[in-house]
Design a protein around this ligand. Structure first.
Ligand code: WTA
Length: 653
């Protein structure tokens, strides 16, 4: 394979890895990948056992996989380990205690470097504080913090004592906290007075207080001082982080937990009802995140890694906390918005800390393209050697910009496909091996048996669209939906017997590379984050003025998809611009700002089939093209189409 860039047709651009990169990489050629992948699929247990061996086990497992109660997997049966010990103690013991774990950059410009020594000491002290507050193994703890090192400390401290963390994204509202609390029956919350976002303070503690009004299971709220904004402390329930840790020693034994001990619950959107609590366990999750981090980011000891995600999402769990820390990486953590105080922020950080691996989302890349190249060109980005993308398909044009402007046409891009449910990256290039094509996540990772199936369960041929599945269990797979085994089976395992259904549409090309087309269900992807249309609809209908609503996505230059809500109002209520604004804010308060509809269209009725199902296909077409060309024979009332089209033109949107 030549190292030259072959430019054939626009869509056929192929970028082979550079010789210098390949020769130093963990996997050095496509032949090596093909061989490893073939073996790993024929005998996944041997492959995954070899990866689990990279962890520190207090007791080795007896059985690599127990799939006898499929789809409920048990990995590394009989093994015992401590996730926190694997992330921290091990590196200190091996003499890397003085190495920086986190270069922290706060939004106001404050910076701190936290070494592995310090991270371990502070995590142990906080773990002792948690115990002192009565929190024990198996208890659920909500974490609602800004992007600061204490977020990682809180997660790792829970892991150390076997408490199950459930991180809530700091952009979510009080109602979202309440939903997660009710589902998880957590007994404690770890939060901060506030967090910085675009120069203002997000009132985290006040949101928690609102969520905790009325009856609930919370006994303790631990509050970190970050912004020094005023907060109300409830006697007996609330305690400052610094007071809770004051008399705690920085030694806390790393107790051994079962490989299948729950590590965390992370809520994500589904197509119906409330968010699903995705449950991940210890040994398999660490094996998956640790090995993918090593191979896909081609991590080497002198790398400075930066993932711009928030710890509130799975990317932050797997590729800020667990994956990098299992590998003893040095990373940058940034608290705030990419464009605060201006669009230079990210590139200034890359330059200052000599970041070598940079992992972000297509929505951020598109925002930077729009902001103009001058913010990028001012900075020396020559430290970068690898780029990554996650969250949604990256458009080839955005890929090219990322490759040329950020990567200096020198850095491979790993376009990584995965999900909250998969725990770790599933489809991605291996940067020293895989020839890159803009827009495709390329090939499955080692040990991952991904395929595309048609309605009948047959494997699709090249360039035939179908459903993306995984045919064999993998260690970092979700174990269930918390408290709802039936929903777990129905959502992921019902379509094809014994096969995991990802819920994405995809095709392979002539080289067997996977192209992800998007979601098959009613889940939107807004700025790389999953939003269930049903959640936004429920939020709208909870407003007094609303009778019914249907939410669809509309293609959007930067966000990928914008949220468009069709709303029918109750009898006698007028769809005024003021009400429009009020409804948007109502959704913001119910779920969080990311769910606020970009457009609300008032309409006298929604398009329904005779059986009463809302015809979303038709709504999607209307918002995308302004007309309806498809089949409307199943539509109950055909006159409604004109009113729906007009709803976008009459200025009430
Ligand atoms: C989408 C984020 C195309 C996909 C890690 C998936 C992607 C959903 C990619 C999961 C990618 C994520 N190319 N689509 N590289 N990465 N997706 O749970 O639809 O927030 O099912 O996990 O994002 O979103 P989640």
């Amino acid at each position: 394979m030549s190292n030259n860039i072959e430019s054939v047709l626009k869509e056929d651009r192929v970028f082979a890895p550079a010789e210098a990169f390949s020769s130093a990489a963990h996997v050095k050629s496509m032949e090596e990948y093909e061989e490893l992948h073939r073996q790993s699929i024929e005998d996944p247990e041997t492959w995954w056992a070899s990866q689990a061996d990279a962890l520190h086990w207090q007791q080795r497992w007896e059985q690599t996989l127990d799939w006898s109660e499929a789809p409920f997997a048990k990995w590394f049966v009989g093994g015992k380990l401590n996730a926190c010990e694997n992330c921290l103690d091990r590196h200190v013991r091996e003499g890397r205690g003085d190495q920086v774990a986190i270069h922290f950059v706060g939004e106001p410009g404050d910076t701190r470097d936290v070494t592995y020594n310090e991270l371990l000491g502070r995590t142990c002290a906080f773990a002792n504080a948690l115990k002192d507050q009565g929190i024990k193994a198996g208890d659920r703890v909500l974490i609602y913090l800004p992007m600061i090192p204490e977020a990682a400390i809180a997660m790792l401290a829970c892991a150390r004592i076997g408490a199950v963390h459930s991180v809530i994204f700091g952009g979510f509202s009080a109602n979202s906290i309440k939903d997660r609390l009710e589902d998880s029956k957590a007994t404690a919350v770890i939060t901060a007075d506030g967090g910085w976002r675009r120069g203002s303070i997000v009132p985290l503690k006040a949101n928690v207080d609102e969520a905790l009004e009325g009856e609930n299971t919370i006994e303790k709220v631990i509050v970190l001082e970050r912004c020094s904004n005023e907060v109300t402390m409830t006697e007996g329930r609330d305690i400052w982080w610094h007071d809770a840790t004051e008399h705690m020693t920085d030694e806390c034994p790393a107790e051994a937990f079962d490989a299948e001990h729950p590590l965390f619950i992370l809520y994500t959107s589904g197509s119906t009802g409330k968010p699903k609590g995705i449950l991940h366990t210890t040994g398999g999750y660490l094996t998956g995140t640790g090995s993918t981090f090593k191979y896909i980011f081609d991590h080497q000891q002198d790398d400075v890694y930066w993932c711009t995600a928030d710890v509130g999402w799975i990317t932050g769990h797997s590729y800020i906390v667990y994956g990098p820390m299992v590998n003893g990486a040095t990373q940058v953590m940034y608290e705030g918005a990419p464009n605060f105080p201006d669009w230079n922020r990210f590139w200034e950080i890359v330059e200052t800390y000599k970041v070598s691996i940079f992992y972000t989302a297509p929505t951020a890349i598109r925002a930077f393209i729009k902001a103009g190249d001058e913010h990028v060109e001012k900075h020396d980005l020559s430290s970068l050697r690898l780029l990554g993308s996650v969250g949604e398909p990256i458009n080839p044009e955005a890929w090219m910009w990322y490759y040329e402007k950020i990567g200096g046409s020198r850095c491979p891009i790993v376009d990584t496909w995965w999900q909250t449910e998969t725990g770790a990256i599933m489809i991605s290039p291996l940067p020293g091996a895989t020839p890159l094509k803009p827009g495709t996540a390329t090939r499955p990772f080692l040990g991952i048996d991904a395929a595309i199936l048609d309605e009948t369960g047959q494997e699709c041929g090249p360039n035939e669209g179908g459903k993306l599945v995984v045919r064999q269990p993998w260690p970092s797979m979700l174990r269930t939906i918390y408290g709802d085994d039936q929903r777990y089976k129905d959502t992921y395992w019902n379509e094809y017997e014994g096969i995991y259904l990802a819920g994405d549409g995809a095709r392979t090309d002539d080289d067997g590379f996977f192209w992800i087309v998007g979601r098959l269900d009613d889940v939107l992807n807004v700025s790389g984050h999953r939003l269930g249309t049903a959640e936004v609809e429920s939020a709208l209908v909870s407003h007094d003025a609303v009778a019914e609503s249907a939410v669809v996505g509309k293609p959007h230059d930067i966000k990928g998809q914008a949220v468009v809500a069709f709303v029918t109002l109750k009898e006698g209520i007028d769809g005024t611009p003021d009400l429009n604004k009020e409804l948007r804010n109502h959704v913001g308060a119910e779920i969080g700002a990311i769910a606020k509809p970009d457009e609300i269209r008032f309409t006298p009725a929604l398009p329904k089939t005779r059986s009463g199902k809302i015809m979303r296909r038709l709504l999607k077409e209307i918002v995308a093209t302004g007309k309806v060309s498809g089949d409307v024979t199943t539509l109950e009332d055909k006159k409604i189409v004109d009113a729906l089209i007009a709803s976008g033109e009459n200025g009430n949107g």
